[in-house]
Design a binder for this molecule. Structure first.
Ligand code: MSP
Length: 663
């Protein structure tokens, strides 16, 4: 199988910082790309940022920033977060780049030339949060948070004749039964299309932050038309007459495997609009749209919109990239939702990585081989049934894991791979090499040690797409070089490990996290020992005066203990935006040195605009019971001084870290 393999992530909106949900899509794509590279296929892995549209323009305006300056500032953290997670993308595209803009125009012209674009006017609902035109019925079904960003729109607009593609799309789905995965989601798409499609508005005129339409620059391209085009613009397509675009010719040709990894929330755009645009333009269609589920926090989608945001950086700092990648791929059955929990991450780490794979490696290399075989890989002697059984397990696991990865089921692949870890550990228990050593059964010891070391070699290849650094570490201990892309390295022939090679015992690949460390780690994420958000720190109990004075407090004063009940901390205002329909309120995101910033609503808008409050270090009352103001939760109060002339927030000197106690 040497046809090219192209995998993409969604391009992420830059109105917010990257979170673990974004990391999930990108790690999944990276696992597939790394796997296919290991198989020796030509691979291209694309990620990027979606930088146009009303949502971004609105955010930039609220912050008082020029949209271009805003996206220039917001886009690098995505690339950095993915690099930190060891995602080896070949390209990261930004929709504000000229190379993209010119291809959106080219696609537009092709669709227009096909007679599928016409001028009209759109009147209806528009969800700015989802950048989607929505029907009255869909409006009724929205949750309260999303409904807040929905507006009624009436504007001149170009339309794409989507209605004409209903039958062609259905015929295409019929001919390509695995076009959308998982199957259940495909059925939803099909029933939606079967109801008949309405023409789609593909340009906007009520704002300007987008790509001007060729020949009618009053209009900018609808942000989804703009965004979807990234999958080919990054390859240099659609090509103009006589143009040379080697990447496009390789990775967007008919027989290349072209997979878009997307979240289930954006399936409709990918499974309906995108193929219809491509059909209209006469271009090849993607092979598969893989819609994964959501990472949830207590059952709710992780998103800035819901204020339950976990950034990947601190997780990588605490556990390293490979463990975070492993957990993301292991915890969530690809296609279904899965709940993210730090506690569970540690449990899986200890159970599967430290006690499972780490222990297998340790007991073999650092113990048996080092102590009894001078660290040298022995030549295997005659084999017994138990050895053959482990070999057969390895062969089955390698076959099945490959099939799962080819079928975009990374969690199933991990499940299978760890069957071999379990089998190998049981094999060591059963064959008891330490006893063989004691009894001087050198030949049998050689066979047993070789069998386990060879299984470890197979594992080092199979875990490589998921945990590239740990794979390299494991191979180093086996005396092997890291895997090099180019040829098919997936294990198939048993016995590839050279006898006589020297192992290199090193410190534990997955050192166990003990109970004390676990507590410290959880606390560093603001969690208690059970993994639940820790109750705010209680003020230190005030030493009781020896003789409790019964004297009443002077009028108008409070006891010192009562003052201590109020928790004041330094907060760093990360972002601010006006709350719609309120003249007074600003919605602030404030870093208080906790796991995630808090959302605080503050009535300071008459005195501060979003830009002038952003970046300030303020004093926040952090243990007020959360309140709902205009339907939004406020998790604290910013202190301010006021008189008739105005209001100023209480500010703290620059160097004081967020979360520092004020007393
Ligand atoms: N810009 C569009 C995509 C355009 S693609 C041509 C967009 N961007 S987004 O920033 O909102 O990110 C969307 C993607 O991030 C989701 O489809 C999903 O792949 C991923 N995730 C965002 N939140 C997520 C979770 N809570 N869980 C898992 N994935 C999540 O939509």
């Amino acid at each position: 199988m040497t046809t090219p393999f192209y995998v993409t992530t969604p391009i992420y909106y830059v109105n917010d910082r990257p979170h673990v949900g974004h990391a999930y899509s990108t790690v999944a794509a990276d696992v597939l790309a790394r796997y296919q590279r290991l198989r020796g296929r030509p691979v291209r892995f694309l990620t990027g940022n979606d930088e146009h549209g009303q949502k971004i323009e609105k955010k930039a305006t609220e912050l008082g920033e020029d949209p271009q300056a805003f996206v220039d500032r917001m886009s690098p953290p995505f690339r950095e977060a993915f690099e930190q997670l060891d995602c080896a993308f070949d390209d990261s595209i930004r929709t504000t780049e000229p190379r993209h803009k010119e291809r959106v125009a080219a696609l537009w012209e092709r669709m227009k030339a096909a007679g599928d674009v016409f001028l009209g006017a759109y009147e209806g609902w528009y969800s700015v949060a989802d950048e989607a035109f929505i029907t009255d019925k869909e409006y009724e079904e929205l949750d309260d948070v999303t409904r807040k960003s929905v507006q009624r729109v009436k504007e001149p607009s170009y339309f794409f004749r989507l209605s004409a593609f209903t039958d062609r799309l259905l015929a295409f789905y019929e001919a390509n039964p695995s076009f959308v995965q998982p199957e259940g989601r495909f059925n939803e798409v099909k029933s939606f299309v079967k109801q008949g499609l309405r023409d789609l508005s593909i340009s906007r005129t009520s704002f300007t932050w987008g790509i001007p339409i060729p020949g009618d620059p009053e209009h900018v391209a609808y942000v989804w038309l703009d965004a979807l085009t990234n999958y080919i613009s990054a390859l240099g397509g659609p090509k103009r007459e006589g143009e040379d675009a080697p990447l496009y010719d390789t990775f967007w040709r008919e027989d290349a495997t072209k997979i878009h990894i997307v979240g289930k929330d954006i399936l409709r755009f990918h499974a309906i609009y995108w193929p219809a645009f491509l059909m209209s333009a006469g271009l090849p269609l993607p092979t598969q749209i893989w819609a994964h589920g959501w990472l949830t926090i207590n059952g709710q989608k992780m998103s800035k919109r819901y204020g339950n945001f976990i950034p990947p950086g601190p997780l990588v700092d605490a556990f390293g990239p490979d463990v975070v990648r492993y957990y993301l791929m292991r915890e969530v059955a690809f296609g279904q939702d899965g709940d993210f929990s730090h506690k569970n991450l540690i449990a899986r780490y200890n159970g599967e990585l430290a006690n499972g794979l780490g222990n297998l490696l340790n007991r073999m290399i650092a113990s048996i081989v080092k102590k009894n075989l001078r660290g040298v890989i022995p030549a295997p002697g005659p084999t017994e049934e138990v050895d053959e059984a482990l070999r057969q397990t390895a062969e089955r696991v390698a076959r099945e894991a490959a099939a799962h990865l080819d079928g975009v089921a990374p969690y199933r692949a991990l499940d299978t791979i760890f069957e071999l870890v379990g089998a190998a550990n049981r094999y060591v228990d059963q064959t008891a090499p330490w006893a063989l050593a004691k009894q001087g059964e050198t030949e049998r010891l050689g066979t047993v040690a070789y069998t386990v070391l060879e299984a470890l070699r197979w594992l080092s290849v199979m875990i490589a797409p998921f945990m590239p650094s740990k794979s390299a570490g494991l191979r180093r201990q086996l005396g092997l070089a890291p895997l090099a892309p180019g040829e098919d390295a997936w294990p198939s022939g048993w016995g590839g490990l050279q006898a006589g090679g020297t192992t290199a015992p090193d410190k534990a690949l997955f050192p166990r996290i003990d109970a004390k460390e676990e507590k410290t780690l959880l606390a560093s994420f603001g969690l208690d020992a059970e993994g639940r958000p820790a109750a705010p720190e209680q003020p230190a109990p005030v030493k009781k005066a020896k003789k409790k004075s019964k004297e009443p407090l002077p009028e108008g004063t409070i006891a010192f203990d009562d003052f201590l009940k109020v928790e004041l901390r330094v907060g760093h205002v990360l972002t601010a935006e006006a709350v719609p329909k309120s003249d007074k309120l600003l919605r602030l995101e404030v870093d208080l040195g906790e796991d995630a910033p808090r959302q605080i609503l503050s009535g300071i808008r008459p005195h501060y605009d979003a830009a002038s409050i952003t970046g300030k270090r303020v004093v926040v009352v952090t243990n007020l019971a959360p309140r709902k103001i205009m339907g939004l939760a406020s998790q604290g109060m910013v202190l301010a001084a006021s008189d008739d002339a105005g209001l100023r927030v209480v500010e703290v000197a620059e160097g004081m870290p967020p979360g520092a106690r004020v007393s």
